[in-house]
Write a new protein. Structure first.
Length: 61
């Protein structure tokens, strides 16, 4: 995976590789997504801001 890929691109790549049915003999892999250091793209910024507000409201309630 190239450096700077968005989280959505990474997840999509991992899921498609194992879930599209075209390859049935893939080994299981453990996947770690570093959300703490992820940087949303411009198109993902609105959703990221909303998610952050939801998390803050949950933690403050």
């Amino acid at each position: 995976m190239r450096s700077g890929s968005s989280c959505a691109e990474v997840v999509r790549s991992v899921l498609l590789a194992s879930c599209d049915g075209s390859r049935t003999n893939l080994p299981d892999h453990n996947v770690f997504l570093d959300f703490e250091n992820a940087v949303p793209s411009e198109s993902e910024m609105h959703l990221c801001s909303l998610a952050e507000k939801v998390c803050e409201n949950f933690l403050n309630s």
